[in-house]
Design a protein around this ligand. Structure first.
Ligand code: ADP
Ligand code: MG
Length: 332
């Protein structure tokens, strides 16, 4: 596993041998896949704080939508059908206008996904001096899987293709634009902003890939980092062809270094990155059609050599590209 900040903390403090009746493959996948005896559950928990995950100016409906969407996206990465979620929320003060917007955005997506709010907890966030901790939201979401089925980050094999859904880099480009660091053309910004504010969890695709993909993750921290988790858990390496990567169209006028940064290292796209055997290309295409979701083949899984890098990016001309940063890490 990558030993940068966030994952070093998880590795050192929160990775334990599982025990008890409900076993899973343990910490390290997007969801824990659990056999309860009565059936198979997929469970995830993602936390978001205004100020860290949302700009303080974010529209409350977008905050509510996205807080649930990122959890549904983890369920998609496991191939599960979303069924229920629990909401824990910490608020500095009661603000009914904000809460109405938040609930509206969250529940519209919940209805659409058939995923019901079954419980949670509500508290006031701590005040230190005159300063309240920001609004903090933690959602635990659950879905179900057919017995014996479920995608993890651990099954990629040498010779598999690497695929990605939708397009990547739009959410990060919108963030850079909003922070005044990059300038996107006025006609491209709204589409990129939609990728940042309203990511579409790929649950239909995840389910359709259940008997096709060998490994799957969703892209929350950047394509290279989330593919890196698949490579680490599977003990393999990958070669990616940059020209094949479906970069969001808002990136097209940016210099290549920024396109690479947004598409490969930028996070928040919530697309699926997955691997499948080369003889299942037709089945991957069928899964894409049945779920009405675009998929693109961007590279292949190779054997991991001791001294070589696990993820190498080439252009179609064979030029090797360097990645600036590895992806998002809360404690880097
Ligand atoms: P995701 O981006 O899908 O939320 P991450 O790659 O950030 O997943 O997390 C890696 C793994 O670490 C996941 O299996 C997650 O459940 C686990 N994890 C993260 N934080 C904790 C924690 N505080 N306690 C136990 N497990 C954790
Ligand atoms: Mg995830």
């Amino acid at each position: 596993m990558v030993q940068n900040g966030e994952f070093a903390i998880i590795d050192r403090f929160f990775t334990h041998e599982t025990f008890g009746a409900w076993r899973s493959k343990g910490v390290g996948d997007d969801c824990a896949i659990i056999d309860t005896g009565a059936g198979r559950l997929s469970v995830t928990c993602d936390m978001m704080a205004v100020g860290t995950h949302f700009l303080p100016s974010a529209n409350p409906e977008d905050v509510g939508y996205k807080a649930l969407a990122v959890n549904l996206s983890d369920l998609a990465a496991s191939g599960a059908v979303p069924r229920a979620f629990f909401l824990a929320i910490g608020l500095p003060e009661r603000n009914d206008a904000w809460l109405s917007g938040f609930t509206e955005g969250m529940m519209a997506l919940a209805q659409q996904a058939g995923c019901a709010l079954l419980g949670g907890d509500t508290t006031r966030t701590a005040k230190v001096g005159d300063v309240h901790a920001p609004i903090t939201i933690a959602i635990t979401a659950m879905g179900d899987l057919p017995l014996q089925m479920g995608l993890t980050r651990g099954g990629a094999r040498e010779g598999d293709d690497v695929w990605v859904s939708g397009d990547v880099g739009g959410a990060y480009a919108a963030l850079m634009h909003r922070q005044g660091q990059w300038t996107l053309p006025a006609e491209d910004f709204p589409a990129a902003a939609l990728r940042m504010d309203r990511p579409e969890p790929r649950n239909a695709l995840g389910t359709a890939l259940l008997s096709v993909a060998t490994a799957c993750a969703d892209i929350s921290d950047g394509l290279s980092q989330d593919l890196g988790h698949i490579l680490d858990r599977s003990g393999v390496a990958a070669q990616i062809v940059w020209d094949a990567v479906p970069a969001h169209h808002a990136l097209r006028h940016l210099p290549r270094s920024r396109q690479l940064e947004a598409a490969l290292s930028g996070g928040d796209d919530y697309e699926l990155i997955f691997t499948a055997p080369a003889d299942k290309r037709g089945l991957v295409e069928q899964a894409a059609i049945s779920s009405l979701t675009k998929v693109t083949r961007i590279g292949r899984i190779v054997k991991k050599e001791d001294d070589s890098e696990r993820l190498v990016v080439y252009t179609s001309e064979g030029e090797r590209l360097r990645l600036a940063a590895n992806g998002f890490d809360h404690f880097a």
